[in-house]
Write a protein that binds this ligand. Structure first.
Ligand SMILES: CC(C)(COP(=O)(O)OP(=O)(O)OC[C@H]1O[C@@H](n2cnc3c(N)ncnc32)[C@H](O)[C@@H]1OP(=O)(O)O)[C@@H](O)C(=O)NCCC(=O)NCCS
Length: 328
């Protein structure tokens, strides 16, 4: 009998500080009407100076672990999807390991930008299915506002901070768990979203870094075009490979980057509005955090219940994209 990675519990964290469209109107030449129409966003959460990505990851993982009822010693692995770790190294997952006293766990970050949770869930569930781990904490957490240029109206309206976490456990003789995942990348899209300074090509403070961008750059139109196609394609491929149809999906929890991108993906696979989970109005684009945050809120509000099939899909810098099918 094959082993499935079953979701035991979900947790979340969002910073207290709220940045509204009205706040942004005072910072750049924009309007509430434009932002709502083009993106579906009304407000987002922003880390304080003392909060970092590990603050989000630790709080989300702590809540998930508490709700799972497991002891810290029971966890074998922490996988954290993030591109805004506290430092280049050590990993954010290492901070989670220490803070929660996960004395038997390995820890690693997965860098897949806004698809970080999709990729991390794939890694975590595959480790369980392969028998290398029994219980895994999978996190998606980012603090993009730390790298946002608040003079660039085309990007600064989009991003917020937050994240969520799942506790997975390997179980046999169950139809629950992560059913299938698809992952994709097209590196030709590298120029469309980046953060130049800080890596080994333009090390911070080096001669090579002079005049280079220290904040997020994005070609919104290119990313938009790509995302509309990629989101739909990933869902179709994931369903096909799992041998399932869209009718079997009870809830769709997509990456919350733009309401128009989400609506077109849902339309492409023929999902009615009431199966589409949205919280983009409250949080904006929280990168790797958006999907687990959505799963958390969907469960807490009763829209996601045990036994339901949930499909997640996301895309991000790389360009990377992918989807997961989970029976909750
Ligand atoms: C960024 C995005 C919202 C822009 O929406 P859009 O409908 O494509 O708008 P455009 O970029 O074509 O800009 C239209 C006009 O609005 C202007 N504009 C851009 N940002 C604006 C803002 N915040 N407020 C007001 N006007 C704005 C542009 O300058 C442009 O003006 P012009 O016609 O005079 O040149 C959209 O492209 C998008 O969501 N892209 C995907 C981004 C994404 O998902 N990134 C995350 C990856 S994980």
């Amino acid at each position: 009998m094959s082993t499935r990675a079953v979701v035991l519990a979900v947790g979340h964290y969002t910073p207290e500080r709220v940045l509204t469209n009205a706040d942004l109107e005072k910072m750049v030449d924009t309007s509430d009407e434009w932002i709502v129409q083009r993106t579906g966003m009304r407000e987002r959460r922003v880390c304080s100076e003392n909060e970092t990505t590990s603050t989000i990851a630790i709080a989300a993982a702590r809540e998930a672990l508490e709700r799972s009822g497991l002891a810290p010693e029971a966890i074998d692995l922490v996988v954290c999807g993030t591109v805004t770790g506290d430092m280049w190294f050590p990993s954010t997952a290492a901070h989670v390991q220490r803070a929660l006293g996960l004395v038997n766990a390995g820890a690693m970050d997965v860098g897949a930008a806004c698809a970080g949770f999709i990729y991390s869930l794939s890694v975590g569930s595959a480790m369980i299915e392969a028998g290398h781990a029994k219980r895994v904490i999978v996190i998606g957490a980012d603090a993009l506002t730390k790298f946002t240029d608040y003079t660039d109206r085309s990007t600064c309206i989009l991003f917020g901070d937050g994240g969520g976490a799942l506790v997975l456990e390997g179980q046999e003789n169950t139809d629950r768990g992560v059913l299938h995942t698809v992952l994709f990348c097209d590196g030709n899209g590298i120029p469309h979203i980046d953060l130049e300074v800080g890596g080994s090509r333009f090390p911070a403070g080096s001669r090579q870094a002079e005049g280079r961008r220290t904040k997020i750059y994005m070609n919104g139109n290119e990313v938009y075009r790509f995302a509309v196609k990629a989101m739909g394609d990933a869902c179709v491929r994931c369903l096909e490979q799992a041998g399932m149809s869209a009718d079997e999906v009870d809830l769709f929890v997509p990456h919350q980057a733009n309401i128009r991108i989400i609506e077109s993906a849902a339309k492409r696979i023929g999902l009615p509005d009431d199966k589409v989970f949205l919280n983009i109005d409250k949080y904006g684009n929280t990168s790797g955090g958006s999907i687990p945050l959505g799963l958390y809120e969907a469960e807490r509000t009763g829209r996601l219940r045990k036994g339901m099939v949930v499909m997640t899909v996301g895309f991000g810098a790389g360009l990377v994209w992918g989807a997961n099918l989970i029976r909750w």
